[in-house]
Design a protein around this ligand. Structure first.
Ligand code: NAD
Length: 319
């Protein structure tokens, strides 16, 4: 079994690798070659969440699980709040293949999913990127979005405005003008990424202009919520996994309120395989409910393991 520690990941997996790996696994799901197992997610108290995301990709030859969670007290200890590890197994024998640090991989695969949705669903002429959130994931989201559209400026809102300058620094690095705005000014955005741990909606239907694409990435647990259910109900909704979207994703609230039917939610993989056309008009609001699936974790971890083996990196242990 190969151990690929967290410290090696940055030198092994690029955002481009993550984009391709996540695209491949979403498409494999749509072709019926891969599936996610039900998520286990438990509240540990004091806002801590822990769980397991797992799956099998027959096309990619991956079986495994990501164990990890969200620990809001970590930032004060100099650690990121999201901590995880990915375990890969041989799908034929069940033998352990690798243990891989999952923190950077989580950020890369989450930003990749959002960027794939923007790439496939946002208007081609999208010029203004809006970001709601400014925590650890937000910078990754900004970088990944900037790879798929020619944005001319970035506007951002965060409940804790003191966190925004760090996101502004990422925009500056990309050569993009950055402005902190009030939520109603999100109407200027052509694409909006939401990436907060909010327990209640911040972004309302009135804050979003017709023709906008939204990638809602922060809601991955029962009780989290970033946008008004009426906004979800009025949009064409896409997701990584319908079963997760309606239970732990942003759509949980619109479905519970009877505003949205699970049958109206389209797996993004169907757009990737051409089974669904995606955006149908310039005035339509498209919304990707990115809940985060185990297969994404396995796909990027497999890239890390392959690169580490090629380069003789990582720690081989007998099992
Ligand atoms: P973080 O702790 O670094 O940042 C949290 C963000 O949420 C900050 O912008 C903070 O200001 C904001 N926030 C906190 N409380 C809020 C409230 N009550 N109302 C509005 N905003 C509030 O977290 P992070 O690592 O950037 O992750 C952000 C979210 O994304 C978390 O909920 C995390 O679980 C989720 N996430 C989802 C996926 C996925 O695949 N969908 C993957 C990773 C993380």
């Amino acid at each position: 079994m190969l151990i690929v520690p967290e410290a090696l990941i940055a030198s092994l997996v690029t955002p481009e690798d993550a984009f391709r790996a996540v695209e491949a696994c979403f498409a494999a799901v749509a072709r019926g070659e891969a599936y996610n197992f039900p998520v286990v997610r438990e509240a540990l108290g004091e806002g801590r969440q822990y769980g397991f995301k797992s799956g099998l990709d027959r096309a990619g030859g991956q079986l495994g699980v990501k164990a990890g969670g969200y620990f809001p007290g970590n930032a004060a200890k100099g650690l990121i709040n999201h901590q995880s590890s990915v375990f890969l197994f041989d799908p034929d024998t069940g033998r352990p293949v690798a243990m891989v640090g999952g923190n950077l991989l989580t950020a890369l695969r989450t930003a990749a999913a959002s960027a794939i949705a923007i790439d496939r669903l946002a208007r081609k002429d999208a010029h203004v990127l809006g970001i709601v959130g400014a925590g650890h994931q937000a910078g990754f989201q900004l970088r990944a979005a900037a790879r798929v559209r020619r944005f001319e400026r970035v506007i951002a809102w965060n409940l804790h405005p003191e966190m925004l300058p760090k996101l502004g620094a990422v925009a500056a690095e990309l050569g993009l003008p950055f402005e902190a705005v009030d939520l109603p000014r999100m109407r200027e955005a052509d694409v909006i990424v939401t990436i907060t741990s909010s327990p209640a909606a911040s972004l309302m239907a009135g804050h979003v202009a017709p023709g906008t694409h939204l990638s809602c990435m922060g809601t991955d647990t029962v009780g989290k919520q970033e946008v008004e259910p009426a906004l979800v109900a009025g949009a064409s909704v896409f997701t990584d996994e319908v079963a997760q979207s309606v239970t732990i994703g942003e759509a949980q609230h619109a479905v519970a309120a009877g505003l949205l039917d699970a049958g109206a939610i389209t797996p993004l993989g169907q757009v990737l395989t051409g089974a669904h056309p995606g955006r149908r008009s310039g005035g339509q609001i498209t919304l990707f409910d990115g809940t985060g699936v185990g297969l994404q974790d396995l796909a990027v971890a497999a890239v890390a393991v392959a690169r580490a083996r090629e380069r003789g990196l990582g720690i081989e242990v007998g099992v």
